[in-house]
Design a protein around this ligand. Structure first.
Ligand code: DX5
Ligand code: ZN
Length: 220
């Protein structure tokens, strides 16, 4: 019903393998991996070699969030490195249909993400091609920012569209999710919650449980 996807961007990089295991033992459903290229967003993070080195450490699906310009160039590399869900940004790629189809052909589940300024309307044409829609609740680029409550109507709009169309698309939110905002996001319709600082800033198992509990409470 609710999936939690800890973002390793907020983990301790000197012992990344252990941090991934902490998430797995703590009940994480996915592991969120933030890839930034310094072009699509100002920040730089990691790429396929790091993902490949983490792959043998865990069996949790890797939920790889590409914040890179023209991601189509790297679909093959990221799928080979072990991405299970490969999410690209609508704003970053002109050949979106081809990109999403290639992700599936190469063997991963395609995801599509939109920045706060992009409307849900803009992704509608691609909804039949994706397994996951990621609505950003912060400006992509950095962990530790505040959840933008202004995004809640967009999440509601996406939820309504998915339910009405009967499409099998997971609705994910990313940015500023903690035990309070998790409830807001879930109430609006999100079912996959990414959290970085709110999870790795404390005891991972407790933090995951609190986020899940707050989201589930908002659904009842
Ligand atoms: C932001 C990234 C997020 C970020 C989440 O660009 O896509 O995944 O790491 O971090 P928190 O949960 O701290 O906002
Ligand atoms: Zn992310």
């Amino acid at each position: 019903m609710i999936k939690v996807s800890p973002s390793i961007l907020s983990a301790n990089f000197t012992r990344l393998g252990d941090e991934v295991k902490r998430a797995e033992r703590g009940g994480a459903d996915y592991l969120h991996v933030d890839v930034m290229d310094g072009v699509f967003v100002p920040n730089l993070t990691l790429g396929p070699p790091v993902i490949a080195s983490l792959r043998p450490v865990t069996e949790i699906p890797f939920d790889v969030h590409l914040m890179i310009q023209r991601p189509r160039r790297y679909v093959d590399d990221f799928v080979r490195s072990g991405a299970n869900i490969l999410t690209v940004h609508l704003e970053a790629e002109e050949e979106m249909e081809k990109t999403l189809k290639e992700i599936r052909e190469f063997g991963a589940r395609p995801g599509l993400s939109i920045k706060p300024a992009t409307t849900f309307e803009a992704v509608k044409p691609f909804m039949g091609l994706v397994d996951l829609l990621l609505i950003m609740t912060v400006e992509p680029g950095f962990a530790g920012q505040q959840f933008m409550v202004e995004m809640l109507p967009k999440i509601e709009e996406a939820r309504e569209f998915i339910d009405k169309s009967g499409l099998d698309v997971e609705l994910e939110v990313d940015g500023g999710v903690d035990e309070v905002t998790a409830g807001l996001a879930a109430k609006a319709g999100a079912r996959v919650l990414v959290a970085g600082s709110a999870i790795y800033g404390g005891r991972v198992r407790n933090r995951i449980a609190k986020i899940r509990k707050s989201a589930l409470a908002a659904l009842t």
